[in-house]
Design a protein around this ligand. Structure first.
Ligand SMILES: Nc1ncnc2c1ncn2[C@@H]1O[C@H](COP(=O)(O)OP(=O)(O)OP(=O)(O)O)[C@@H](O)[C@H]1O
Ligand SMILES: [Mg+2]
Length: 181
């Protein structure tokens, strides 16, 4: 079983991956940590550009059938045939703003990341790369624990959820809150 947990910054990837890894006895492969250790990030202002081709090659031999691979870069550094399931965590953009405030992100960085979640950038890129192996999960809905949902995905018993933050934000008349500079 080779699982990928991806999604925009702050959706809860690492928190969830840790729980799943313990429950399913999987080894966590942290894409960002590997990229950092290999000095693949180019620092410029607040954005981190990474050499995805190099990262892809470094990751390849580390992936096994007992891996849970975590990171928002997953769609750009993994191939469809390397993995079984890709879970894209989706989180309410209003909750994300709180996470970013706690992390001390600037207003610009917060908006950029929350905006990216509203538009579903990571989900779009994941589907582009991994196609039918992708399942989106809403982690904002507290009724069903995320780990439970992921276990269902792994056993093939759960389809992707329909998530449309753009509709929610538009209905709340909050487009300016997220998209005006
Ligand atoms: N299911 C959840 N419900 C509520 N809060 C959560 C949940 N999962 C994670 N959190 C909280 O959300 C914040 C972000 O979680 P986490 O650091 O795991 O996100 P991440 O996706 O790994 O972020 P990054 O992309 O920056 O690595 C943390 O404060 C964490 O405690
Ligand atoms: Mg994290």
């Amino acid at each position: 079983m080779t699982i990928v947990i991806t999604g925009n910054p702050g959706v809860g990837k690492h928190t969830i991956a840790k729980e799943i890894s313990q429950k399913k006895h999987l080894v966590v492969i942290d894409i960002n940590e590997i990229a950092k250790n290999e000095n693949l990030f180019e620092k410029n202002d607040e954005t981190n550009d990474v050499d995805t081709e190099k990262l892809k090659e470094i990751l390849r031999p580390k992936i096994s059938t007992k891996s849970i691979i975590v990171g928002h870069l997953a769609p750009y550094v993994l191939d469809k045939n390397q993995i079984d399931n890709v879970i894209v965590l989706r989180r309410n953009p209003y909750d994300l703003l709180d996470v970013y405030t706690d992390r001390g992100y600037s207003e610009e960085k917060s908006r950029e990341n929350a905006g990216s979640e509203i538009l579903g950038v990571t989900a779009f890129d994941a589907i582009n790369q991994f196609e039918e192996k992708v399942v989106e999960i809403n982690v904002s809905d507290k009724k069903i624990p995320v780990v439970e949902k992921i276990e269902k995905v792994i056993s093939g018993k759960k389809d992707s959820e329909q998530i449309d933050w753009l509709e929610l934000v538009t209905k709340n008349d909050d487009l300016k809150k997220f998209f005006v500079d």
